[in-house]
Write a protein that binds this ligand. Structure first.
Ligand code: F0G
Length: 402
């Protein structure tokens, strides 16, 4: 067998044919490969970027359920870098995936796995993007999707996607953490396939962000990777991707994994700062960045390992800092991202100002979702359009006068 599932706590092993999300001891599971049987070199990786280019490191056998995910741009952002006082900054814009977020990388793998396991219904809890992606990949696969969302706290673009692509959309009177607890129970009772990031197969798709960055930088890892952290799956997945490429001799180093959370939802940052072995969940998470409005991240233990092992760090940013960074990235670089994604830029600025990040470091920020996901927020922070009469005088007056 080329791979199996293994508990990160007690190391109990599970066969790939088993439908299991966490260990009987409660520990998180990881997909563990027999790397001695995987021969992957830079030469094998020629051609356009995509999630399925890395099939040798993706644990599914059947034909993928795919909408051409991955292959997102890595932008060099010199104007922003100058503003931040840095030399070498890049943005990996995951908002350019088929549904406008990085979740597609995990869903193409996770939904393919669902078919391979013969599952008849897929389900998730979500702050929005995961539900949009699950609805889309469920539609593509012809499998019904059920999504549980925190009522009133999901950006409209994401909700629109989940609805239009035909998911059964349930609006829960509670927050994301409540919805995740519920959907786990639902999946256990009804035999639905759980596609939150506690499902280790999803992370196997998301680790391809690391593979692409290494390729786009000329087979090098950056010194540091900065990204928003919510349920803490993505930081875990990207760290694994870099470690795998290092192990296979494709790159020489692994970046310092640097997680950013909103001030009102920051259990991982507190655990890192307090040197705690585990997080203390937050009962009432709150932030303008609704995508990362999470108080009890399910992958916390894996994320703490990624941050500590890589020599990285974690920091909080305020809602005002997030909004400023979102506007700065849009105006200076032409990159439109949703608030959660902008937290990576806001965090980078803060850590440079604090002297934690060296001015010579090569930094990649991951922007996880597209601006259009949350256009309601845009209207609340940008000036309103100027309504005028349809005459050239009125147009000139509006253009040239303040
Ligand atoms: N950025 C965006 C735009 C997200 O949607 C999420 C998570 C994150 C960052 C954080 O990633 O959870 O892997 O640490 N959104 C999930 C959802 C929770 O339901 O869409 P993470």
């Amino acid at each position: 067998m080329l791979y199996h599932l293994e508990c990160i706590e007690c190391h109990k092993k599970y066969k790939p044919s088993e439908v299991v999300y966490t260990c009987t001891c409660g520990g998180l599971l990881d997909v563990v490969y027999d790397y001695s049987k995987i021969h992957l070199t830079k030469k094998d990786l020629k051609g356009p970027l995509s999630v399925w280019k890395y099939r040798a490191l993706i644990p599914v056998e059947r034909e993928p359920v795919s909408l051409n995910e991955g292959g997102t741009p890595l932008y060099r952002v010199d104007r922003l870098a100058k503003n931040l006082g840095l030399k070498d900054v890049y943005v990996k814009h995951e908002g350019m995936n088929p549904t406008g977020s990085f979740k597609d990388r995990g869903m193409t793998v996770g939904v393919t796995k669902a078919l391979e396991l013969g599952m008849k219904t897929v389900a998730c809890a979500s702050t929005g993007n995961t539900s949009a992606s699950l609805a889309v990949y469920g539609a593509k696969a012809g499998v019904p999707a059920v999504v549980l969302l925190p009522s009133g706290k999901v950006a409209l673009g994401k909700l629109a996607q989940a609805l239009m692509h035909g998911a059964k959309v349930l609006s829960i009177r509670g927050n994301f953490d409540d919805a995740l607890k519920l959907v786990r129970d639902l999946c256990d009772r009804e035999g639905f396939y759980l596609l939150n990031s506690v499902n280790p197969y999803r992370l196997e798709g998301q680790k391809t962000i690391a593979f692409e960055i290494a390729d786009q930088l000329g087979w090098k890892a950056p010194d540091r990777l900065v990204l928003p952290v919510g349920n803490a799956g993505n930081i875990t997945a990207i760290y694994k991707g870099f470690k795998e490429f290092k192990r296979l001799g494709i790159i020489d180093s692994v970046p310092k994994m640097t997680g950013i959370q909103a001030e009102g939802a920051s259990p991982i940052v507190r655990a890192i700062k307090n040197n705690a072995a585990a997080i203390t969940p937050e009962g009432k998470p709150e932030t303008v960045a609704t995508a990362i409005r999470i108080g009890n991240p399910v992958n916390a233990i894996k994320a703490l390992i990624a941050i500590r092992e890589s020599g990285g760090t974690a920091e909080t940013v305020s809602d005002d800092e997030i909004i400023r960074a979102q506007q700065e990235l849009a105006a200076l670089e032409g990159i439109g991202v949703e608030p959660a994604s902008a937290s990576s830029i806001a965090g980078l600025r803060k850590l440079v100002d604090m002297g934690v990040i060296d001015r010579d470091e090569t930094v990649v920020c991951v922007t996880t979702g597209h601006l259009l996901k949350d256009s309601e927020h845009v209207l609340s922070v940008c000036p309103r359009p100027i309504e005028i009469d349809a005459t050239i005088e009125a147009v000139r007056k509006a253009v040239f006068e303040n």
